[in-house]
Ligand binder design. Structure first.
Ligand SMILES: [Zn+2]
Length: 65
């Protein structure tokens, strides 16, 4: 993940709620803290589709409470 790519990811918004997305390189995903869900990154391409969003587990989402 280059600096430029990270900058581009910062411009992305959640297609569901328009919230900010946080890039988690370790997990290869973009997390919407507002909606408490995440979008997977497949082959370096964020899958920003509402029907592909995955809810954060109760354990993970408590970090955003
Ligand atoms: Zn959202």
């Amino acid at each position: 993940m280059s600096f430029v790519e990270e900058k581009l990811l910062n411009l992305l918004a959640c297609p569901r709620c328009g919230g900010e997305l946080a890039y988690e390189g370790k997990e290869s995903r973009l997390v919407c803290e507002k909606g408490r869900l995440f979008y997977p990154i497949k082959d370096g391409i964020p899958v920003l589709l509402i029907d592909r969003a995955v809810p954060l587990s109760a354990d993970e989402s408590k970090d955003f409470a």
